[in-house]
Design a protein around this ligand. Structure first.
Ligand SMILES: [Zn+2]
Ligand SMILES: [Zn+2]
Length: 386
């Protein structure tokens, strides 16, 4: 496969720059999704806008004969204040670029190339709904790669549940008639104490962290209402389910001790943990080597949660990172410095070689049914054991 030609190169840089100049928050990415869709359409893809009921989501497809389905996932939401501080302008462009480049170099290969535009990664990620609603049911592999200050293999992320505990007691004058009150804040504090003790008995990779959102209105009134919110995280879905249940038990016992009523809800959409498909990652690494990228680091411990995790439970998925920096430059994501780096020459060069490698990896999947069978075997095992 040849390198990205000058025309496509120009179109991709324009797309990344346009999205940079027009940062849009999650589910408001009207300009960004329209720009991706227009470029894909121009290159012969069939585009469904407002895919599965999400206005700023889309699905683009190019079909040539019968064969496997390779999906590239595109993100394009920005952050408040820092705009594209996470680099999703160039990140989505990589996926759309890879799909177009693969289409242009299909040769004798056959199968289906898909781009799924997935809004709101930074907040209430659309991939959760898309995974639930069948967007990936006909997808054989899903690829997405995040800009970063190093090339890093796809690793793991935390499965996440966002739990809200509301305690309902009874107000009373705290000095005149404390015995008439039911202290909702006591229930809330007991919950924190119980969870603090629970932390001793959980695996070191799990996380429980929370705040008190409402703890009463005045020190001389027994609080009739209190509210706490917790994130519970674990590196496997089954452990998370179990741990979340134990955290809820902490709240139930706090409520029982104080006599308050308890209401438990999820205040944000949770995420599944990322199950990296190693065979798919190795396929990408082989193709990155062909374009000269060999300095690829192994992934570290889980350090956050992503809606790509949900995709990885319904089809074989990878979510590695690619280096957009000049040698020695290290900026963390969600900063102005990171955002600016997406416009500089090293990022532009990195975009083109990564487009090429992601496209070649897609072609390898289309051309090699045995590799795909191996990827699927690994996937089935990973889901069963999670
Ligand atoms: Zn981010
Ligand atoms: Zn990001």
């Amino acid at each position: 496969m040849n390198c990205v030609d000058d025309k496509l190169k120009e179109e991709l840089l324009e797309l990344s720059r346009y999205i940079y100049d027009n940062p849009e928050l999650g589910y408001e990415e009207y300009k960004a999704s329209a720009a991706h869709a227009a470029l894909l359409e121009k290159h012969g893809f069939q585009v469904q806008r407002g895919y599965l009921g999400i206005e700023t989501g889309f699905r683009a497809e190019y079909v040539k004969g019968e064969g496997a389905t390779v999906a590239y996932l595109s993100e394009y939401d920005a952050l408040p204040q820092v705009g594209h501080g996470c680099g999703h302008n160039i990140m989505g462009t990589l996926s759309t670029g890879a799909a177009i480049h693969l289409k242009e170099h299909m040769g004798d290969s056959h199968g289906r190339i898909v781009v799924i535009g997935t809004p709101a990664e930074e907040t209430d990620g659309a991939k959760v709904k898309y995974s639930k609603d069948g967007a990936f049911d006909d997808v054989d592999v899903a690829l997405i790669s995040h800009p970063f200050c190093a090339n890093v293999k796809s690793g793991i992320s935390f499965a996440l549940k966002a739990l809200r505990f509301e305690f309902f007691g009874r107000a009373a004058h705290a000095a005149a008639a404390p015995e008439k009150g039911i202290n909702a804040l006591d229930a809330c504090i007991s919950t924190f104490v119980n969870i603090g003790l629970l932390r001793q008995q959980i695996v070191p990779t799990a996380r429980i962290h929370g705040i008190i959102k409402d703890g009463g209105t005045a020190a001389n009134t027994i609080p009739e209402y209190a509210c706490a919110e917790f994130y519970v995280r674990a590196t496997s879905k089954s452990y998370l389910e179990n741990l979340a249940e134990r955290v809820c038990a902490c709240a139930r016992s706090g409520a029982e001790a104080s006599g308050a009523e308890l209401k438990i809800t999820e205040f944000e959409t949770g995420n599944d943990n990322l199950l990296t498909n190693r065979a798919l990652q190795e396929c990408l690494c082989r193709n990155l080597a062909k374009v000269g990228i060999t300095d690829i680091e192994e992934a570290g411990e889980a350090n956050g949660s992503t809606d790509v995790g949900n995709v990885s439970h319904v089809c074989p998925t990878i979510h590695p990172s690619w280096n957009i920096m000049a040698p020695g430059e290290v900026y963390s994501t969600h900063t102005v410095e990171f955002r600016e780096a997406t416009l500089r020459q090293p990022a532009k060069d990195a975009l083109m070689v990564n487009v090429c490698a992601m496209a070649m990896a897609g072609k390898e999947i289309l051309d090699d049914p045995e590799l795909l069978a191996e990827i699927k075997r690994e996937f089935a095992e990973a889901v069963a054991n999670d």
